[in-house]
Each structure stands twice: as C-alpha cells, then as structure tokens.
Design a protein around this ligand. Sequence first.
Ligand SMILES: Cc1cc2nc3c(=O)[nH]c(=O)nc-3n(C[C@H](O)[C@H](O)[C@H](O)COP(=O)(O)OP(=O)(O)OC[C@H]3O[C@@H](n4cnc5c(N)ncnc54)[C@H](O)[C@@H]3O)c2cc1C
Length: 388
Amino acid sequence: MFDYLIVGAGFAGSVLAERVASEQNARVLVVDSRNHIAGNAFDFYDDAGILVHKYGPHIFHTNSEKVFQYLSRFTAWRPYEHRVKASVDGQLVPMPINADTINKLYGLRLTCHEVDAYLTSIAETRDSITTSEDVVVSRVGRELYEKFFRNYTRKQWGLDPSELDAAVTARVPVRTSRDDRYFTDKFQAMPLHGYTRMFDRMLAHPKISVMLNTHYKDVKNEVRFRELIFTGPVDEYFDYCYGKLPYRSLRFDHQTHDQDRYQTAPVVNYPNEHAYTRITEFKDLTGQKHRKTSIVFEYPCADGAPYYPIPQPQNAALYQRYKALADTLPHVHFVGRLATYKYYNMDQVVAQALRTFEKIKETSPAKAERHDETVEPIVLNGHGIEAA
Ligand SMILES: Cc1cc2nc3c(=O)[nH]c(=O)nc-3n(C[C@H](O)[C@H](O)[C@H](O)COP(=O)(O)OP(=O)(O)OC[C@H]3O[C@@H](n4cnc5c(N)ncnc54)[C@H](O)[C@@H]3O)c2cc1C
C-alpha cells in the first residue's frame, strides 16, 4: 500500500514526492508515461556530448526566495541572465523592445527618457484592453506591433492577437531603458549540472519509487494508495467528459553543427520570416565548452504534446467545469500546468506544489518513522503491477 500515487515526474510531481517522503515519512510511487523524469524540463547529453533541453529552452528565474532556496537543496547554480534578439527588418535587435531596439531599428539616438515620450506618441488609445492586440498597440503603437508581435503571435498560437486574451502578451514587457535582459527577476540561474540531475536528487529519497513508461491508466486499478496527486491533463483524468481542453503544441528540430557558434545570442526570435518562431543555442545557456554547437528550432503546431493552454474565454470556462468536478474529490490533488490548465513557469509550479503540500499536511499528518517498511521494487508485467 502506498500513501501516495503521484502521476507525473515533472516539477509538480517531483516536488510533492520529495516533500511527502521527507516530511511525512510517506511511501510514494511516482509514475510517468515518458521514458524520463523531469517533465518538460528534461535535459540530456546529445550524440555530440552537448547538454540540450529536449522540450525547448528552460531558463530558471524567480522572485521567490522560498522557491530558490528549496531547489538549492538539490542543485548548485550557474549564474545566468538570459538575452534574446529578434530578427526584424534584416537586423538582430534586443527583445523585449528597449531603447537600443528602437534606436537601431529607426537609426535614432534617443535617450531613455525620450524613448518613453516616443512610445507615448506612437501608442494608440483604446477604450478597453481585452485582447492581446489591445495590450500591445496601446503600449507601442501599430507599427512595432506589426513588426514584433502580430506574426509571432499568429505563428505561436495559430490565432490573431485580436482573438487572444490580454493576459497572453502581458508577459511581453517593453522597456524604455537599455536593459536587454529577458527577465528582471531577483534570482536568475541555471542548475549547474542540468535539470535532470536536480530531479535525480529530488527523487533519490528511499521512500520514493519511480516507474517510467507507465501511464496512469496502467496502474490505477493495480496499485493500492491512499491519496492521488495528479499532474497530468485534468480533462484526461475525467475521460474528456465535457470535451477536450485545447492546447497549442510545438515540434522541435534539434541540430548539431560542426562550428563553435551558430548565432550571436542565446535565443533569436523570428517574428516574421520562417515557419519556426525561434532558435536556441544551448551552450550559451549551460556554459558548456565544446568545439561543436547544438541548437533547436521551434515550430508551433496544432497537434502533438500539450504544451500551451490556449487562453480564450471559452477554454477557461470549460476548465472551470472540470475544476468543479476536481473539487469534489478530496483525496485527489490536481497540481501543475496540465492539471490546472494554465501556463506556469517552473518557479510558479514549484510554488504551487509547495502550497499544495502545506494543504495536504493539514488533512494528512506525518506518520511515525517505520524502519521495518521500505518500498519494494516494482516491475510492470504485461497486465499490471507486481511486486518483484
Ligand atoms: C517550450 C517550453 C519552454 C519553456 N520554457 C520555460 C522557461 O524558460 N522558464 C520557465 O520557468 N518555464 C518554462 N516552461 C514551462 C515549464 O515547462 C513548466 O512550468 C513545467 O514543466 C511545469 O511542470 P509540471 O510538473 O506542471 O508539468 P510537466 O513538466 O509537463 O510534467 C508533467 C509530467 O506528467 C506526465 N504525465 C502526464 N499525464 C500522465 C499520465 N496520464 N500518466 C503518466 N504520466 C503522465 C508527463 O509525461 C510529464 O512528464 C516552458 C514550457 C515549454 C513548453
């Protein structure tokens, strides 16, 4: 009998596995349908020996000291401040738009103060801000919107910004200073030996068993457990009874090139040309020295693994129906980006998992230390689960 069955070995599942095992002395089984831990943050050494992120670049940044301190138990860090350039009008310019972006694009020499006035002069007045288009046009005007945002958003979401919630572009700041960092958070760093090593250490607790290549439906009737922590898609849990929650997906094209550097920034965005949205060069992120370089192209697409919940009011309403069902199950905890149908950064998912643990503690107190009980190894046979 397990105390917890945890579905998903990404941030949500792994943080909770570590917490309940360490603090509650609980026996935990973590299952993941993929053949690796770490969820979308999974990184690995490719054929050339370069550390790459399988599911696109994952940059850690947070303002939460609590989250940073918690993860620091499992990894040392490499300081890293992310920088992105956008290919616009044949030039590579800083993204988010800042003073240098505008000066380079228009051949100007505006001071930071003048950039503010310039943006105010080109911004369009909108009565209300409801869509992504409203957000951007009311801040930087139509021309910069067309150059940087409109086509990128269309590629990324398969929708025009006028069809998307304002919240989508609220994540894309504009600066009047010359600060060209992509994020301004207090803590910005990459796990020194990569994300997967950090997850290895999180899941190394003797009370935690991990089964890979194992879908929830393979074990749900085979394993006995007290509480379920589900970090997979909430609509899947309820057999899509109200219909599927829509997601946008990505196709990743990983390449290795026999040259030291491929591009002049860690990430280059292509708002207008090409079918891909951006190219990432991994050595910049990890600091690895290697005579070759590995990069990834991202092609947004409709079908494939669920990556980005599509932020439209009808989808939020559909999610609320699933949430109402989820709220009726006191022993099932829905945590993480798929189970709560929301795009979260890694730190937000860690924070959500830590908050969930605090709630779990109230209803399910820690057990006394039991030295006689260790987790038996488990093997999956053709029909289900058996103790080895
Ligand atoms: C392209 C891309 C880039 C990103 N870049 C950043 C970034 O730079 N910085 C940042 O902070 N965040 C970034 N994120 C967000 C980050 O990936 C998420 O915050 C994080 O992965 C969420 O963790 P999670 O545990 O909720 O979900 P996941 O990492 O998706 O983990 C869920 C796990 O559950 C498993 N699972 C699902 N259903 C089942 C089932 N039924 N049975 C068994 N297993 C199941 C899945 O296989 C998966 O491994 C990015 C996301 C994407 C898509």
